[in-house]
Design a protein around this ligand. Structure first.
Ligand code: G3H
Ligand code: 13P
Ligand code: ZN
Length: 311
């Protein structure tokens, strides 16, 4: 099956009360771990690539890895640009075979965000590609941009209708308290998401797919393995899984996961080297790392996203 857009996936997810996992990919082991999990769970997939990933692995290597994932499975897979910062990177991905792009104009004024997003939508739609926009700003680190908790801002529900109508975007990322990275709440702070804002947005945008960024749960199993094997991730804390499940039953159709993949991979590598400090063949330490990615993704598909069996 060729790459698909997210259109059909989101329609079914919205109606079915589940969400699709959007997993960030940077290398072969990550693509394979995710794909093997989705294949065993018969789940639709969004594989997403950031500007940093394109710089690290190169566009062509990543698109060919995703092509291999398609050949290896019969799953609906969308290839998505994560956090496109400007028109040029979106155009480059649209021209280069992606089926979905995010234009992240959330750092701009409302007016400039609309203008930029509309420009990307007009080009993307003329090529059959779908677009995710963003309103509101998440805290945390993405690429080289670090947004402090003080500068983060929730999405304002009274802006969403105008934004969606004026831009023509196909989905909307919102800020309701999630944040990028592995340190989402201060030590002692109770994790909280603004479900009241999500509900308000849902009622203003009926049947419209909402996206949650910064939605890793920072699963204690992998953090513990890292900390027991020479790492130091004290105070790492993520979004509780029951909150994500709740959001997935509502209008949230896409849940972005990157930090959890990084933690699982790192846990596998660190654990391996503690047991086998003499090893230096990458296949030896990347095999358990890839297995942890697969285990993590299976868990997400079944217990958090609810999209197993929905391919
Ligand atoms: O939201 C950002 C993603 O975690 C991608 O991170 O830009 O470091 O690849 P990156
Ligand atoms: P996490 O850092 O919570 O995994 O978020 C990833 C993300 O939003 C990618 O766009
Ligand atoms: Zn993000």
């Amino acid at each position: 099956m060729p790459l698909v857009t997210t259109k059909e996936m989101f329609k079914k997810a919205y109606e079915g009360g589940y969400a699709i996992g959007a997993f960030n990919v940077n290398n072969m082991e990550i693509v394979q771990g995710i794909t093997e999990a989705a294949k065993e769970e018969n789940a639709p997939l969004i594989l997403q690539v950031s500007a940093g990933a394109r710089k690290y692995a190169k566009h062509t290597y990543l698109t060919h890895l995703v092509q291999a994932a398609l050949e290896d499975t019969d799953l609906p897979i969308a290839l998505h640009l994560d956090h496109g910062a400007d028109f040029d990177i979106c155009k480059s991905c649209i021209d280069g075979g992606f089926t979905s792009v995010m234009i992240d104009g959330s750092h701009h004024s409302f007016k400039d965000n609309i203008e930029l997003t509309k420009r990307v939508v007009d080009y993307a739609h003329s090529k059959g590609v779908v677009v995710e926009g963003e309103l509101g700003q998440l805290a945390g680190i993405e690429d080289d941009v670090n947004v402090s908790a003080e500068d983060a801002s929730y999405t304002q529900p009274d802006q969403v209708e105008e934004f969606v109508k004026s831009t023509g975007v196909d989905s909307l990322a919102i800020a309701i308290g999630t944040s990028h990275g592995a340190f989402k709440f201060k030590p002692g702070q109770k994790p909280q998401l603004r479900f009241d804002i999500l509900k308000e947005i849902e009622s203003r945008l009926p049947n419209f797919p909402i996206v949650l960024h910064g939605a890793s749960s920072v699963i204690p199993k992998y953090v513990d393995i890292i900390n027991k094997n020479g790492g130091n991730l004290a105070d790492a804390i993520g979004i509780p899984e029951d909150m994500l499940r709740e959001a997935a039953k509502m209008a949230v159709c896409k849940i972005n996961i990157d930090s959890d993949l990084r933690l699982a991979l790192t846990a596998g590598i660190r654990e391996h080297f503690t047991a086998h400090p003499e090893h230096f063949d990458p296949r030896q330490y990347l095999t358990p790392a890839r297995a942890y990615i697969k285990e993590l993704v299976k868990h997400k598909l079944v217990h958090v996203l609810g999209c197993n069996g929905k391919a």
